[in-house]
Design a protein. Structure first.
Length: 341
């Protein structure tokens, strides 16, 4: 079985905010344009019982799916139960268990995975809306580099999707690294995609490939919790008026710039799309800090100040860069000015 694991490792953001794409990362179903039918059903729909010889936990459980077999089928997985902590979200608990990897006993019994104690705690966030499950990770690439191989990516996706699709409310999955679907997909030598229960990989509209939490949140006069790029048009004591925009990098920037009729690939590997004049009012939390650029042309000049101190610098300031808002519990918790060359 250790030989099989070695073979695997070796072979192995809807509303009208931005014109052109009306689907959203949070609560609108993505168009089912199929780009690939190559994913095997065993990688996403398996529900077989665990082959582990360890004692199963007593009480409510969720399952983490790890690789099994002799290595001839990179997508072969099986279920390994984990006790569901009291008051825990089952989906979050399942993915936290998955990224912690198999136990020593499970490994001895034949379970294998790129996930291990080194990747424990790497889930940033999980959202589920209208059947679309979005799982965002910290940067996994330095931790499990072999996942970029053909067999490795198949094994990784099989474990992720089987863990996700044990929950009946999940119809599609999307995985991201630090808010970027493209970074996750490019790591696996692919383009940003969703996967449905049949294993089909589906196109993701360009707006939903924007960095952070995207740029097409649900309808409303404020912003949902998340990380959002745009422009502060009216900073005030206790609140800001915010013009949400799309910030693209990498292959998403190439696609967005081409769609917008601008130079593609774009200079400096980023593209901003701001096709909506809709404004939102967002409350500023009492302890909000701002990373700002006293010298906009020098990213090394960045300083961290309180929101009132930053606000005092705004009258008469000629340069007003785009910013990132971190929103939690309905309030801004942090602001960061975005340097552009």
């Amino acid at each position: 079985m250790l030989l099989a694991l070695a073979l695997i490792a070796a072979g192995c953001g809807g509303d009208d905010d931005e014109a052109g794409d009306t689907t959203t990362t949070s609560d609108t179903t993505t168009s089912d344009t199929t780009t690939s039918d190559t994913t095997t059903s065993s990688s996403t729909t398996t529900s077989s019982t665990t082959t582990s010889t360890t004692t199963e936990p007593v009480g409510a459980t969720v399952e983490a799916y790890f690789g099994v077999g002799d290595g001839s089928d990179c997508a072969q997985v099986d279920a390994f139960p984990r006790l569901l902590p009291d008051n825990a979200d089952p989906i979050r608990a399942a993915f936290d268990a998955l990224v912690a990897g198999p136990t020593a006993d499970e490994t001895a019994a034949g379970a294998g995975s790129f996930f291990s104690s080194q990747t424990a705690g790497t889930v940033n966030s999980i959202t589920l809306a209208d059947g679309l499950l979005i799982v965002d990770f910290i940067d996994l690439r330095p931790l499990i580099p072999n996942a970029s191989t053909s067999c490795g990516s198949e094994s990784l996706l099989a474990q992720l999707n089987a863990t996700a699709f044990q929950f009946s409310d999940v119809d599609r999955t999307r995985y991201r690294i630090e808010g970027s679907c493209d970074d996750f997909a490019n790591w696996l030598q692919r383009e940003c995609f969703d996967t449905d229960r049949s294993g089909r990989q589906l196109d993701v509209p360009t707006n939903e490939r924007a960095s952070g939490s995207g740029c097409t949140p649900s309808t409303g006069d404020t912003l949902p919790d998340g990380r959002w790029f745009g422009f502060i048009t009216e900073p005030e004591t206790g609140q800001v008026v915010f013009d949400l925009a799309c910030w693209f990098t990498g292959t998403a920037a190439v696609a967005a710039a081409a769609e917008d009729g601008e130079e593609s690939p774009p200079p400096n590997d980023f593209h901003i799309r701001n096709a909506s004049d809709r404004l939102r009012t967002v409350v500023v939390g009492p302890s909000t800090q701002v990373v700002w650029l006293p010298n906009p042309g020098d990213p090394a000049s960045a300083e961290t100040v309180t929101y009132p101190d930053w606000l005092a610098q705004q009258p008469g300031r000629d340069y007003k860069p785009g910013v990132w808002l971190d929103v939690g519990n309905g309030q801004i918790t942090a602001i960061e000015e975005q340097y552009v060359p």
